[in-house]
Design a protein around this ligand. Structure first.
Ligand SMILES: Nc1ncnc2c1ncn2[C@@H]1O[C@H](COP(=O)(O)OP(=O)(O)O)[C@@H](O)[C@H]1O
Ligand SMILES: [Mg+2]
Length: 428
C-alpha cells in the first residue's frame, strides 16, 4: 500500500459510523477512530498504551478476556452481541442525537499483524439495534400470524361441526317430512290386512261350525245342507285370496320399515363398498309416497360396480334429488332414474319432466337456504348438503335444465376413494 492509499484508508476509518479500536498483543490501546472519541467522550492521546480495561472499566472483564483468548490463541474472528445492560463499552451510538431506547451492541474482535509483523487486535463496535428491532417485529408478526392460524383452525372446526349438525338436522327434517307419507303408505296395507283378518275370523267361525256338526248331525244331508247355507265353496276360494293379499300387505309394510331403518342410519360415517342400486331401491321405497301422485318412476339402471362410499349419505343425496324432482312437477310427469359407469367413475342420474330451472338461477341452487318453495316445504338445504356429500366423496354434481321441459341432475362418484380416506377409514 503506498502513502496515498494509506491516507485514504485512514480518512475512511475516521469517517466510519463504526467504532474501531486497535490493541497490541498485551491488549493495550494503540489507536481508536473518531467515532470512539465522540461516543465515549475520551481523547485518544490519554488512552494510548493503556490497557483497554483501564480506560473502559465498565467492560465485562471476564467475557472480554474469554473472547480475547479465543482471538489470540485460535486466531478466530469473534462476534459477540451485547445486550443493553452489558455493553462491552458504553457508546450511545448517536453522536449527535438521542440515545436509542434499546440498544444491541455487536462487536467483532480479530487478530492481525501490523506492517512490522507484530500481532495486533482489531475491535470493531457497531449498533445493531435496528436489526434487532426489526427481528423482534418479525418475531411478533410471526407470533400473531400463528395465533391467527390457531384461531382459524378452531373456526374451521366449529364450521365443520355446524355443517355436520346441519346435515343431520336436514336429514331428520327430510325424514320428518316423509313420515306423514310413510304413515299413509303403511296405513293402507295395514287397513286391508286388518279387514281381511276380520273376514277370515268369521270364515273360521263358519268352518268350525261345519266341523262341529260332523259329531252332532243326524245325517250326511244335514251336514251338506249346512255347508251350502254357509257358502262353503265361496269361503274356500276367498280364504286363499285373502291370505295371499294379506301376505303381500305385510310384505309391503316390512319393506317400508326396512327401508326406513336402512335410510335413517344417520350416525354412519364409514366408507365401505356398497351396491348403489340397492341403495336407490331403498330410497325409492322411502320416498315412494312423495313421488307416486306426481310422476311415474322409470328405472333405467346400467351396469355398475360396487363403489366405496358412505351409503346412507349417497341415499340422502338421491332422496333430495328425487323429492326435488317430484316438487318440480306441475302436472303428472315422469322421473327417470339412470346409472352408468365409465372407467373408474360411476354416475347416477335423476331426470324429471318438471318445470325446469331458469338459467340465471342454476348457479344459486347449491347455496345453503336458497329455496323457491313456500315455508314448510323447502329448507333450501337439500342441494347444498348434497353438494357437500358429493364433494366429500371426491365426486361432482352436474345439472342441466330446460325451462318448462325438465331438469337432469347427475352425480359422478369415483369407484375408489383416495388412499388417505381409505387409510383413515373415516371421512373427514
Ligand atoms: N329438479 C328440479 N327442478 C326444478 N327446480 C329445482 C329442482 N331441484 C332443485 N330446484 C331448485 O333449487 C332450489 C333448491 O333446492 P334444495 O336445495 O333442494 O332446497 P329446497 O328443495 O328445500 O327448496 C329449489 O327450491 C328449486 O327452486
Ligand atoms: Mg330439496
Amino acid at each position: 500500500m503506498d502513502d496515498s492509499q494509506s491516507n485514504l484508508a485512514s480518512a475512511l476509518i475516521e469517517h466510519l459510523d463504526i467504532g474501531v479500536i486497535i490493541l497490541d498483543a498485551e491488549l493495550r490501546i494503540q489507536y481508536w477512530n473518531e467515532f470512539i472519541s465522540q461516543c465515549a467522550g475520551k481523547a485518544l492521546e490519554h488512552a494510548r498504551q493503556q490497557p483497554l480495561i483501564q480506560i473502559f472499566p465498565e467492560a465485562d472483564t471476564p467475557h472480554l478476556s474469554k473472547i480475547l483468548a479465543q482471538a489470540r490463541d485460535h486466531g478466530l474472528h469473534v462476534i459477540t452481541q451485547w445486550r443493553e445492560s452489558s455493553h462491552l463499552i458504553h457508546l450511545p451510538y448517536m453522536p449527535s442525537g438521542q440515545p436509542a431506547p434499546s440498544v444491541l451492541q455487536s462487536s467483532l474482535l480479530f487478530p492481525f499483524n501490523d506492517l512490522n509483523g507484530q500481532q495486533c487486535f482489531a475491535l470493531l463496535l457497531y449498533d445493531t439495534s435496528e436489526f434487532a428491532r426489526s427481528n423482534e417485529q418479525l418475531d411478533a408478526a410471526l407470533k400473531a400470524l400463528s395465533s391467527k392460524q390457531i384461531d382459524q383452525a378452531q373456526l374451521i372446526k366449529k364450521l365443520e361441526t355446524a355443517n355436520t349438525q346441519l346435515m343431520q338436522s336436514e336429514k331428520l327434517a327430510a325424514i320428518g317430512q316423509l313420515a306423514a307419507g310413510v304413515a299413509h303408505e303403511i296405513n293402507n296395507p295395514i287397513g286391508y290386512v286388518f279387514s281381511n283378518l276380520k273376514t277370515l275370523a268369521s270364515y273360521v267361525q263358519d268352518l268350525l261350525r261345519i266341523i262341529d256338526t260332523v259329531d252332532t248331525a243326524a245325517s250326511l244331508d244335514e251336514l251338506r245342507q249346512l255347508k251350502r247355507s254357509l257358502e262353503y265353496d265361496y269361503i274356500r276360494s276367498d280364504v286363499e285370496a285373502l291370505i295371499n293379499e294379506s301376505e303381500d300387505g305385510i310384505d309391503r309394510v316390512k319393506k317400508i320399515i326396512t327401508a326406513l331403518k336402512d335410510f335413517s342410519h344417520i350416525e354412519e360415517e364409514e366408507f365401505r363398498l356398497a351396491d348403489l342400486h340397492r341403495g336407490l331401491d331403498t330410497t325409492l321405497n322411502v320416498v315412494n309416497n312423495e313421488l307416486k301422485y306426481k310422476a311415474e318412476v322409470v328405472k333405467e339402471y346400467g351396469e355398475i360396480p360396487e363403489l366405496e362410499c358412505i351409503p346412507s349419505q349417497i341415499n340422502q343425496v338421491m332422496m333430495n334429488l328425487l323429492v326435488n324432482a317430484a316438487h318440480a312437477m306441475d302436472k303428472f310427469g315422469r322421473i327417470t332414474l339412470r346409472s352408468g359407469h365409465e372407467v373408474d367413475w360411476v354416475w347416477l342420474e335423476v331426470e324429471d319432466t318438471g318445470k325446469g330451472i331458469e338459467p340465471h338461477l342454476l348457479n344459486r341452487i347449491y347455496e345453503p337456504f336458497y329455496t323457491t318453495k313456500p315455508v314448510g316445504k323447502g329448507t333450501g338445504l337439500g342441494l347444498s348438503l348434497s353438494y357437500n356429500i358429493v364433494q366429500k366423496h371426491h365426486g361432482r354434481i352436474e345439472v342441466s335444465s330446460v325451462l318448462g321441459k325438465g331438469t337432469r341432475f347427475r352425480i359422478w362418484l369415483p369407484v375408489c376413494q383416495p388412499l388417505a380416506v381409505q387409510l383413515g377409514g373415516v371421512a373427514s
